[in-house]
Design a protein around this ligand. Structure first.
Ligand SMILES: *[C@@H]1O[C@H](CO)[C@@H](O)[C@H](O)[C@H]1NC(C)=O
Ligand SMILES: *[C@@H]1O[C@H](CO)[C@@H](O)[C@H](O)[C@H]1NC(C)=O
Ligand SMILES: *[C@@H]1O[C@H](CO)[C@@H](O)[C@H](O)[C@H]1NC(C)=O
Length: 760
């Protein structure tokens, strides 16, 4: 029988074939790879809170890529579940791609961006200021990113096939609020009057439709900070955007056509083990006693050595011949946008914080933004993720506008330390300044108050800070007046010992796929700064044909990281974002000037200058994070033995939480890339075997790692399973995988399982 889908597919192919505008057909490839970094001891990137180090995983981090190719022209966009892109990561990825593919993929046509989660391991950036709290450079964080990005691009390259791209846009009103409204209000009134809201509410989504397979993925851009998880969380998480991506990929893999999205609350995204529900007889529900009986006969399996590590559930379930569905939620101009949408309150009095200063009784430490799940940060993450996911699904299911036209790009490096800028209102040119951070930077934001532990003259701080803190430079008069009215806390742009503290050369890049234009910027633009840049580029793109349909999207935190970009007016207020706008009051105008040149070159098919190369500082990096010395268990216990088991014969019901603790070893011994530290397994009676049902990438499973004391060689893995409502009734157990290090440095893999328990 010829299905409707086939007919539709055929029509689609015909439409694509017939409507070619002479710009050549598109080929699309998607890829995705695990980039989860060290889940122990490593400082998390984002809040710059020394005490916030990783100790487990809520769900895994991924690099998701798409390649669009049109005859001789192609471009690559990689979205990382990481706080931001890093210059040294970008440089090394491009080197790898050059070795593999020659000149196919270069700095010109590859963009690597970060979702701005504040719950991922840090230490992978090359400039001093961004690795102070991580005790310097962390090789493992860096390597897993470079490897994962390369793998994800290889997959996308191998998946390249004829396809079409659709675009759709819609508003999400409840996933972000302005966290610095007093700065926003300093923008001209007539400019603010053009916009209904003080943050951008629009999500722009691309849907990729393969000619053979139909929908194969989507990428979207929406502005909201990755700060739903707080500055005290220690579990690796993709925060709200990583969650949204996980929900959407699971939703699709569940068979999206048959899914209704209307199911409210937490339910619908949780992936029931599809294969398993086919194996287990649904009548099991009536055999509660039988389940309990089976469970009570299966004791825990003691820790044992293994040679291979567990593969993840999700990969096993993917159909081998079909490309995996990839859905990415990318960041935009989120500079002043907080996902903590209830507002900022004083934790002592419960009253709103001071409007202008975000302080409580003059102190910033007590003022916290509250997410919709407050005080449960996991709930806040889920809710803000779900709001983006739902909108993305709606846009995905209702696309009509197809991207047609040229695939083009332009890229240049600009030295932002002393760039002459001609303002549009005329007059003498102004200049940008060498990078510097203002005092308000140290105060942090309502998403994470009192951020950095370094202030000038502070002789405390960690070992890395002690090493570099003495090298602080006093800014001269010229720099002070250039940066005015920013009071300079650290003159980062003029500090080069032991190596550069901040970037001065920034990559600016513009991508075009038909009507879509993506501005790849290396920073966090505020709402109004993003609007001004998009408007300026749109004006150039429509200069020849005022009616032409152009969608301009800003992709923040791309290719390298240079903190914030505010408008000139917001800069005057010197809140956190203004204090973190590195190159002085005219930073945004410099971007606008240079992007107009790029856009114009793109429009006219003219080349642009490559510009100065940013430095490769990999060889100079200093790392002070102590490596794993060795792991041990107490006498009589082996790695993988249960320390705290479920009682024999236990029964649980959907909605309950099950917790098991194992004797474990440091997760830094093996990151279990595309594997897992934890599995929930279900017993299949017909085969007498255990089948994997959930892994450490599932929302319902948390892998928590801890030590009895800081220098102890012993450690625990506590695995928490919040049994989903849709979990099928049956006999389950919890299994842990790890790797231990001996005194002589050899690494041994081990596993162990809890006793069985029934879920009915
Ligand atoms: C696993 O291997 C380690 C190192 O070879 C050894 O010390 C340990 O006894 C083994 N454990 C088990 C349960 O066989
Ligand atoms: C915030 O500061 C502005 C400018 O100094 C002032 O006019 C306004 O009253 C202040 N708002 C509040 C709520 O304190
Ligand atoms: C789908 O798109 C059409 C046309 O663009 C629009 O009128 C309609 O409201 C959309 N429906 C949904 C559910 O978004």
């Amino acid at each position: 029988m010829v299905s409707l889908a086939c007919i539709l597919g055929l029509v689609l192919v015909l439409v694509v074939k017939c409507s070619g505008s002479g710009d050549g057909e598109l080929m699309i490839g998607l890829g995705s790879y695990d980039i989860t970094g060290p889940a122990a001891d490593v400082n998390m990137m984002g809040y710059a809170n020394m005490e916030q180090t990783t100790s487990g995983i809520h769900f895994r981090l991924r690099a998701r890529s798409f390649i669009v190719s049109q005859s001789e022209s192609r471009l690559v966009f990689v979205n990382l579940d990481a706080c931001m892109a890093s210059q040294i990561v970008t440089i090394k990825v491009i080197e790898r791609l050059k070795e593999r593919y020659g000149d196919l993929y270069t700095h010109q046509n590859v963009a690597i961006t970060g979702i701005h989660t504040h719950a991922g391991p840090g230490g992978y950036l090359q400039y001093v200021v961004y690795i102070i709290t991580s005790l310097g450079f962390v090789r493992q964080s860096f390597d897993v990113l470079v490897d994962g990005i390369e793998r994800s691009i290889i997959q996308a390259h191998q998946n390249l096939r004829p396809a079409s791209v659709f675009i759709n846009k819609g508003e999400i009103l409840d996933a972000g609020i302005n966290r610095s409204p007093s700065a926003y209000l300093n923008n001209p009134e007539e400019e603010r009057a053009k916009y209904k809201y003080d943050t951008d509410k629009e999500m722009t989504l691309l849907k990729f439709v393969d000619q053979q397979w139909g929908p194969v993925g989507s990428f979207n851009w929406f502005a909201t900070h990755g700060t739903s998880m707080s500055r005290t969380n220690s579990l690796i998480s993709g925060d709200n955007k990583g969650a949204a991506a996980r929900f959407m990929e699971d939703w699709y893999n569940k068979g999206f056509e048959s899914q209704s999205l209307i199911k409210s609350g937490a339910g619908f995204y949780k992936r029931p083990p599809r294969r398993i529900s086919n194996i287990i007889n649904p009548d099991f529900h009536q055999h509660r006693r039988e389940l309990m009986e089976i469970a009570s006969t299966i004791q825990s399996s003691p820790g044992r050595n293994i040679t291979s590590v567990a593969k993840r559930v999700r990969r096993r379930q993917a159909e081998a011949d079909r490309p995996q569905f990839v859905s990415a939620f990318c960041q935009s101009n989120c500079g002043d946008v907080s996902p903590n949408v209830l507002g900022a309150f004083c934790i002592d009095t419960g009253l709103p914080c001071d409007f202008n200063q975000s302080t409580c009784n003059g102190k910033n430490e007590l003022c916290y933004g509250q997410g919709p799940g407050y005080p449960d940060e996991f709930e806040s993450t889920r809710i803000i993720g779900e709001r983006q996911f739902k909108k993305a699904v709606e846009l995905f299911q209702n696309t009509s506008e197809q991207l047609k036209g040229k695939v083009r790009y332009r890229h240049t490096y600009i030295d932002f330390s002393r760039l002459s800028v001609q303002l549009s209102e005329g007059g003498e040119p102004v200049t940008t300044c060498p990078a510097a951070m203002g005092f308000a930077f140290a105060a942090g934001t309502t998403d994470g108050p009192g951020a950095f532990d370094f202030k000038q003259g502070d002789d405390q701080g960690n070992a890395f800070w002690k090493l570099v803190g003495g090298l602080l430079k006093k800014p001269d008069e010229e720099q002070i007046s250039c940066q005015y009215p920013k009071p300079i806390l650290i003159d980062t742009g003029e500090m080069h010992e032991p190596y550069d503290w901040a970037p001065s050369i920034l990559p600016l890049q513009i991508f075009q796929i038909g009507q879509l234009v993506v501005l790849n910027v290396p920073g966090e633009f505020t709402t109004m700064a993003g609007r001004r840049l998009r408007e300026a580029v749109k004006e150039v793109m429509t200069s020849k044909d005022r009616d032409s349909n152009v969608h301009v999207v800003l992709a923040g935190l791309t290719n390298t990281y240079s903190q914030y970009v505010t408008t000139f007016e917001e800069y005057q207020i010197q809140r956190y974002e203004g204090a973190s706008t590195l190159y002085g009051p005219h930073t945004l105008n410099a971007y606008i000037q240079e992007f107009k040149k790029l856009a114009s070159a793109l429009m006219n098919d003219e080349p642009v200058e490559a510009g100065p190369q940013p430095p490769d500082l990999l060889e100079k990096q200093i790392s002070l994070l102590t490596p794993v010395v060795m792991d041990a268990t107490p006498l009589g216990a082996s790695f993988g033995d249960c320390k705290l088991d479920v009682p024999v014969g236990s029964t649980f019901k959907q909605g309950d939480a099950v917790t098991v603790t194992f004797w474990s070893a440091c997760p830094r011994n093996d990151l279990m890339t595309e594997g897992t530290y934890a599995l929930v397994e279900i017993f299949v009676k017909s085969t007498n075997k255990w089948e994997a049902a959930y892994d450490d990438d599932d929302w319902c499973l948390k892998f928590k790692w801890s030590r009895p004391s800081k220098l102890s060689t012993r450690s625990y893995a506590t695995i928490e399973w919040q049994i989903p409502e849709e979990a099928v009734s049956g006999v389950y157990r919890i299994t842990h995988f790890g790797a231990s290090k001996s005194l002589f440095g050899s690494v041994n893999h081990f596993t162990g399982s809890s006793s069985a328990f029934a879920v009915t």
